[in-house]
Design a protein around this ligand. Sequence first.
Ligand code: CMC
Length: 390
Amino acid sequence: ASMTTLDPGFGNTASCRSEITYIDGAAGILRYRGYPIQELAKHSSFLEVAYLVIRGELPSPGDLKEFGEQLSANAGIPAEMSALLDALPRNGHPMTLLAAAVNTLAAYYADSVDPKDDQQVETATIRLLAKLPTIAAHIYRRSVGEEPIAPDPSLDYVGNLLHMLFGDGSGDSELDALYAKALDLLLLLHADHELNCSTATVRVVGSSDADIYGSVSAGINALFGPLHGGANQAVLEMLEEIRDLGGDIDSFLAKVKDKESKTRLMGFGHRVYKNFDPRSREIKGLAADILARQEEPDELFALALELEGKALADSYFTDRKLYPNVDFYSGVIYRAMGFPTNMFTVLFALGRLPGWIAHWREQRKDPATRIARPRQLYTGPTERSYPGQG
Ligand code: CMC
């Protein structure tokens, strides 16, 4: 008899040991390398957290400076790649274009694709972190019919990202500083989340000794799905749908509870968090701060607050331990900052990149690593005779 057990979605299967991220889903605890997410959110920048997630320790001021300089020095992309990005369909979804572009990094930088070579892996790590914002901003600028903006090495990571996206900013320096702080925090809160679908994908692809660029490209495609990172876009679309139908939350929730409708409350529920998602708490506070600055009250934020309140008072959701996740409020903030809906998941990808890289590197050094190759339980026909032969 087979010892194989059926575990759809790997809900109960640990496929590796990892030192990167600790989650206690029942208690709502999230720590990167031992540091609670709330403390990192308070005291660290995204760049420091990226360093921490990948290298295992917080950087000294000197380390951080060097790291930032390495990223600035590598932020450019080859002219051929720029031309390639310009040739991609402008109305294609930015996530599709991002995955395609990241895959081609292995071709533009074939000197950093050997997973067995420490120096090449180091070089590829810096290139990925440095070039993803440039690629993402280029895709964004083309999608809105604007010329791409070259990276500015005098700016910090998030400052440069915002510069490449929006140019000179809003003209209100206080507001721009607030947006930079908000984007930094959002990226930080997304930096790693152990074996979520995209990170598991990066590991599965990497387990065949595929290069890191291709592995990360696969992760981007996994993240794109609406049940994973695509949920931040889906939440906004859901809120708009509710608004356009006259703001009737009760009938929307009734539809969600009717299984026949196959409608989910997007931004709710999580495989691991069964009490609350600590990231969503940080993000909800941030959303309130940002939206308080808007001239007009934000109707979608108000709708989200009301929707959350009603769902949390409803036994359908509490019985199933469904709470707002990281994606519930992030979209409202991105929208307030001027991002089009189809860029939300790209921002998630920029945030999750350090986690993908850290896992790919950890797996590479782990002597227990084997090629990912799950088993199945076969349910098809037993042996049959070929028609006309028996
Ligand atoms: N709305 C309505 N019902 C839900 C939802 C939801 N959002 N999520 C789960 N359920 C129900 C589900 O139908 C099932 O009910 P029953 O026991 O009666 O069959 C029960 O709750 C358990 O759900 P599950 O499908 O076994 O949960 P899962 O761990 O397989 O899925 C999830 C986790 C995040 C994919 C799911 O909760 C979901 O689809 N949420 C909406 C999409 C979303 O917000 N995704 C973002 C996740 S957080 C960060 C990220 O990965 O981007």
